[in-house]
Design a protein around this ligand. Structure first.
Ligand SMILES: [Fe+2]
Length: 473
């Protein structure tokens, strides 16, 4: 372990509550609410290290902003995985790329009894009136947004049998429904699209599409009329998954000859409108999508293959390759999917490495838009972990960056100003690891200029997280 970005992959087991942070700069008076962030914070259980960044046990961090002051709370999520690890001093359930020694019987039980092995370390959202944390399992975990205390695994009032779900559910703006995509494994496996009305805990089936070897999908896209799945050729054989004795990640097979297919599903009746094939690529994060005449525009962060998953194993991240490259290359791409036929094509929207992309969701989701915010990689320091924040103008094809040596910012969350006229009128919030001082801070950037407005010093180092949300208060 060095004193650089690797600090972001070291365990932080100090839990704090109600800590007032010192603020440098002036927070906008309209900025009232709580930024809740999710991510792994414990990378060893007993004597055993977890293997992959995605496997670390989940911790929530909250920054409550009120009247120019910031209060901080952090707490482990008391998930079945965390509870078992605390009580037994060893890992009890299979994570993405780490598997305890278990019998085939227990493996089957893990897959088909969804309360097992839920380590919700990826994202947070508001689901009906509940604040929940997600991973790639179908059931999120509810938490109290003030204390961050775990309330419990969410039980849905339906009998949908699902085995995964993306940690990036979407909100349907016209109805307030939550829409998500799941896998169901079985004799006949399927991609399942469901929706959950805002005032209900009952998921409703939108579409179910049989698939022999499902693809790993971390997110998906919505447009006014359609749900869009990008089916990468990174597939899992369900039978082998059950019997292989290996964790999920090691059952994924890259089969580029399949290409990548956009599956376009009509929301109104769940019908598969079409499959639209293009050369193979892989992606974790869709950025936005919308309809343009007879074409779907699908913006996403594309990798040439799935090697990025290998690059995120903790031993690789902690001891980078000899050539110093930490991040496999990626591109912000705009895919054009012609619904009435013709070839799928894409253009590159930015000459920037980009991840953890965010847009002004309330205003721009499913609409033409101009700005994407993300973590980036400075051209001066390509041999580094993501070390800057970027704002991409997808119309002008330009980029603006925030960079500070020795600092490693996390996902930028855009918060619109009240009564904003311009799309980028607001602030961008990011939790930054300051490797120079073995600590972290909350950074507040002006959305328009991308210059610093304020920062609030956290009381300790916060490991790299994945996603968060700002809940206006
Ligand atoms: Fe994600």
């Amino acid at each position: 372990m060095t004193d650089g970005y690797q600090q972001g992959f070291a365990t932080q087991d100090q839990e704090l509550s109600g800590v007032s942070l010192q603020v440098n700069g002036l927070l906008p008076s309209w900025l009232q609410g709580t930024l809740v962030r999710n991510g792994p914070a414990k990378f060893e259980v007993g004597e055993h290290g977890l293997r992959h960044w995605f496997d670390g046990l989940a911790m929530l961090h909250s920054f409550t902003i009120e009247a120019g002051c910031v209060q901080y709370v952090n707490k482990f999520i008391d998930s079945p995985s965390y509870r078992y690890a605390q009580e037994h001093g060893r890992l009890g359930y299979s994570e993405f790329a780490t598997d305890p020694c278990r019998s085939i019987f227990k493996r089957v039980a893990t897959l088909f009894r969804p309360k097992f092995g839920i380590n919700t370390s990826v994202s947070v959202s508001k689901l009906a009136d509940q604040f929940v944390a997600w991973t790639e399992m179908p059931h999120p975990i509810e938490f109290d947004p003030q204390s961050l205390r775990t309330i419990g695994v969410v039980d849905f009032a339906d009998d949908l049998k699902l085995h995964t779900a993306t940690p990036h559910p979407h909100l349907e703006p016209t109805t307030g429904d939550t829409i998500n995509v799941s896998l169901r494994f079985g004799a006949t496996s399927a991609y399942v699209v469901y929706k959950m009305p805002a005032n209900s805990s009952r998921r409703q089936l939108v579409a179910s599409m049989p698939v022999r070897e499902p693809a790993y999908m971390h997110s998906f896209a919505l447009t006014d009329a359609y749900v869009v799945l990008a089916e990468y050729p990174l597939v899992v054989n369900p039978r082998r998954l059950l019997l292989s004795g290996k964790p999920f990640a090691e059952n994924l097979q890259w089969q580029p000859e399949r290409g990548t297919q956009f599956l376009v599903i009509r929301k109104a009746d769940g019908a598969l409108v079409g499959r639209y094939r293009c050369p193979a690529f892989f992606c974790f994060h869709h950025v936005n999508a919308f309809e343009h005449g007879d074409e779907l525009i699908v913006d996403l962060i594309a990798y040439p293959d799935a090697n990025v998953i290998q690059a995120l194993y903790l031993d690789v991240l902690r001891e980078p390759r000899a050539d110093g490259v930490v991040h496999p290359p990626n591109e912000l791409r705009r895919y054009h999917v012609p619904l009435s036929g013709g070839a799928v094509w894409h253009e590159t929207l930015a000459d920037e490495w980009l991840e953890l992309p965010r847009v002004n969701y309330e205003r721009c989701h499913m609409r033409p838009y101009r700005f994407v915010y993300g973590t980036g990689l400075s051209k001066q320091r390509r041999d580094d972990f993501s070390n800057q924040l970027v704002k991409i103008d997808v119309e002008q094809r330009t980029a603006t960056a925030w960079y500070e040596p020795g600092c490693y910012p996390g996902e930028p969350v855009f918060v619109p100003a009240p009564h904003a006229v311009e799309e980028d009128e607001g602030v961008v919030l990011s939790v930054v690891l300051d490797a120079r001082h073995n600590t972290s801070f909350l950074l507040v950037l002006d959305g328009r200029t991308f210059s610093e407005v304020a920062r609030a010093a956290a009381p300790h180092r916060i490991p790299f997280g994945f996603h968060g949300e700002f809940f206006a208060g």
